[in-house]
Design a protein around this ligand. Structure first.
Ligand SMILES: Nc1ncnc2c1ncn2[C@@H]1O[C@H](COP(=O)(O)OP(=O)(O)OP(=O)(O)O)[C@@H](O)[C@H]1O
Length: 324
């Protein structure tokens, strides 16, 4: 293990506490309740844009990251584009080498008996074999997880029903619409209920938003990390971690995060026709009764705007009817 020499720098108190928890978990010889332990993780990429002929430049994508996820817990991973979420997932799954630090996964050894152990990863990029059908993908994964053929058949038909994938069971992956391909990747990650599940923006493009995720999250038998941009999905998680520029800025409950960093949304309105301004104002107050007007924008209290998906649908309907 390459030791991480990065000083943690200034960290929020709950981030420091989490680092301490990881340190004591690493020092203990007792079996831990933590299933995923990420200890002082660092990832450097070669920065191709900044490289010259003589000098290789490095880009640090993840700096000195420590957290743990215990059995039964789902940790939401939030953060802006490029903050390092996918990099963290790839390092935990083992398909990307770490630059420094270590990842410990307890109880998901490949040698575990069928139905126990294992790791399910739904990466951001669909990792599918173009020529294999949905059923063949599911069967291949079930075989790798050591399931008996008969058990796998039952599980596959249940999963296909839950995710509304039945009509695509014989479709080769290359012909699947994007949302269905995403569903298949998600199905592969939960097939057989692996001990560790990693979901990187799994529901992007899915038409059955939220629901399969909810079912998976509620199963609670294992430890999971869900990287998401959806507040609804984040609300399903037991804790959330916020990553900014490769560093952990917050870890704890979503409620506390909301309380600490935000109480309202900002809605910007661009008018095609200035004469419509009063009608639009009335419509916005109808949708969000407590919206406060501020020149060209509105401050909307969070309670008025949640769930966000519904707010977006209402706004889109207003745009279609040209009331907004
Ligand atoms: N293979 C690579 N080579 C060089 N830089 C990379 C590589 N992969 C990612 N990066 C850089 O590392 C940083 C973290 O990227 P990463 O994809 O992990 O972020 P992310 O939070 O998952 O973003 P997004 O939400 O857009 O997927 C970014 O600045 C990205 O440009």
């Amino acid at each position: 293990v390459q030791q991480n020499k990065d000083p943690p720098g200034q960290e929020a108190p709950e981030v420091q506490e989490e680092r301490e928890r990881v340190r004591s978990a690493m020092g203990s010889l007792q079996p831990q309740e933590a299933v995923i332990v990420v200890n002082s993780l660092r990832k450097e990429y070669e920065d191709k844009k900044a490289c010259s002929m003589f000098k290789k430049k490095k880009k640090v994508a993840v700096r000195n990251l420590s957290f743990s996820v215990k059995k039964g817990e789902v940790l939401g991973l939030l953060g802006p584009n490029g903050s390092g979420k996918s990099t963290v997932m790839h390092m935990i799954s083992g398909d990307m080498a770490v630059t420094a630090g270590e990842v410990l996964l307890q109880g998901c050894e490949a040698t575990a008996p069928p139905g126990q152990g294992g790791l399910g990863h739904c990466p951001q990029e669909d990792a599918l074999w173009p020529e294999l059908s949905v059923r063949q993908h599911l069967e291949a994964h079930a075989a790798v997880r050591g399931m008996r053929k008969e058990d796998a058949a039952v599980l596959i038909s249940r999963l296909a029903k839950d995710l509304d994938l039945q009509k695509h069971l014989n479709t080769p992956a290359r012909r699947l619409p994007a949302g269905e391909a995403r569903k298949l990747c998600f199905a592969l990650s939960i097939l057989g209920n692996p001990t560790v599940m990693l979901w990187d923006e799994p529901s992007v493009g899915m038409d059955v938003k939220g629901q399969p995720m909810e079912t998976a999250v509620r199963s609670k038998a294992r430890a999971a990390i869900l990287s998401t941009r959806s507040l609804e999905e984040a609300a399903l998680c037991d804790r959330v971690a916020v990553l900014v520029a490769g560093q952990l800025r917050y870890i704890g409950s979503l409620e506390e995060l909301r309380g600490r960093f935000g109480t309202s949304y900002h809605l910007e309105v661009k008018l095609k026709d200035a004469g419509q301004s009063d009608a639009i104002h009335t419509e916005i107050l109808r949708l969000f009764p407590h919206a406060a007007r501020q020149e060209r924008s509105y401050k909307i209290p969070m309670e008025d705007a949640l769930p966000l998906s519904q707010s977006f649908s209402k706004l889109e309907a207003g745009i279609r009817k040209q009331t907004i």
